[in-house]
Design a protein around this ligand. Structure first.
Ligand code: ATP
Ligand code: MG
Length: 328
């Protein structure tokens, strides 16, 4: 039979609209029933879950990429393509940031309406902020929300030491944006666009920056271009004008940190945790750190504490992450 923990987990995941988690717990129960010799229950449950999964429940979308969108030839070394199942509500963001991102998605969903009035949705965005705060995840969520393929630019393939080659590769990417509508994600864009006039910044680096600026300027595609950086201050000031909007990411506030942890500990009874003590331990950690600490604590709870998650366990996982940040 399902344990109380599993039931609570299912009700929580149902409330959170998390079909995947809901079905995963059902699968877990089916597995346990099978091992306990209740093969009829196991078979019925497994068939139910399989039916729902086949209906697309629990997988917002398959990750198969249509051959139309899959980059070929030289582009295959420059772009990594994927479909995304992420949506904006998967992210924990400040209200203001969440609102602005929601607006951006809406402009694309309702672009026909805008176009009737001679307007166009904004398409070129810069995300800046510390590591692990959701920049890459947002690019993926925009793709997921708009049902567009996500093309991540592989800068290793783009930046070569041969004169002129980088500009030629950038041109291929910007041509692809025109041909195939998608979300094109330039992660660590500082590698392409550091300030002009830096130490060794003569010749090639400057040419790369200039061609990137020019391609951004000339781009009239309907694709969404997202650039991300941890080092906004390194970027050339000329870059900013090329974006329609910039978004600053920050480490989570304590109430946001609680939400990140809560979202990752749905199968546990988190209401009884001592959140006052936990708040202190979350300070300074990124969303990614919190996610990882929640997963660490969940594993410990399952393996060593019979599925019980206590405050001390989570505190220890959070402290371990803080220490790793400090030393790493
Ligand atoms: N705002 C957020 N809300 C919920 N989870 C988040 C958030 N930010 C990060 N995470 C978690 O951390 C993981 C890593 O985040 P992500 O790759 O988006 O960070 P990033 O800002 O792109 O970092 P980097 O600057 O190092 O590239 C995500 O896959 C997710 O699990
Ligand atoms: Mg990233």
């Amino acid at each position: 039979m399902a344990s109380a923990q599993q039931l609570i987990g299912m009700i929580r995941s149902h409330a959170a609209g998390d079909d995947d988690r809901f079905l995963s717990i059902a699968e877990e129960i089916a597995g346990e029933a099978g091992r306990a010799g209740r093969s009829k229950v196991a078979a019925d449950l497994t068939a139910l879950v399989a039916g729902l999964r086949a209906d697309g429940r629990g997988t917002r979308r398959g990750s198969d990429l249509t051959s139309l969108a899959a980059p070929r030839g030289e582009l295959a070394n420059l772009l990594r393509a994927a479909y995304s199942e992420t949506v904006l509500s998967d992210l924990v963001l400040s209200q203001a940031l969440g609102h602005r991102l929601g607006r951006l998605v809406r402009e694309h969903r309702e672009r026909d309406k805008l176009e009737e009035h001679g307007l166009a949705p904004r398409r070129k965005f810069l995300f800046s902020g510390p590591p692990g705060t959701g920049k890459t995840m947002t690019a993926s969520a925009i793709a997921g929300e708009l049902n567009l393929p996500l093309f991540t630019i592989m800068l290793d393939g783009v930046i070569t030491k041969y004169m002129g080659e980088t500009a030629a590769k950038l041109r291929l990417i910007f041509d692809a944006m025109h041909r195939t509508r998608g979300v094109y994600f330039f992660d660590e864009v500082d590698a392409l666009a550091t300030r002009r006039g830096n130490d060794n910044d003569i010749g090639e680096a400057r040419r790369v920056l200039n061609s990137f600026l020019q391609f951004l300027d000339e781009d009239r595609s309907s694709s969404v271009i997202v650039a991300a950086t941890n080092h906004q201050s390194l970027l050339d000031p000329a870059l900013f004008r090329r974006f329609h909007a910039t978004f600053a990411y920050e480490k989570p506030s304590s109430s946001e940190a609680r939400r990140v942890l809560g979202n990752h500990l749905l199968q546990f009874d988190t209401a009884s945790l001592d959140w006052g003590r936990l708040d202190e331990a979350t300070r300074g950690l990124s969303h990614a750190d919190l996610t990882a600490a929640a997963d660490d604590a969940a594993r410990d709870a399952v393996l060593d504490f019979d599925g019980r998650l206590e405050t001390g366990l989570l505190l220890r996982a959070l402290c371990d992450r803080s220490e790793q940040d400090a030393t790493g």
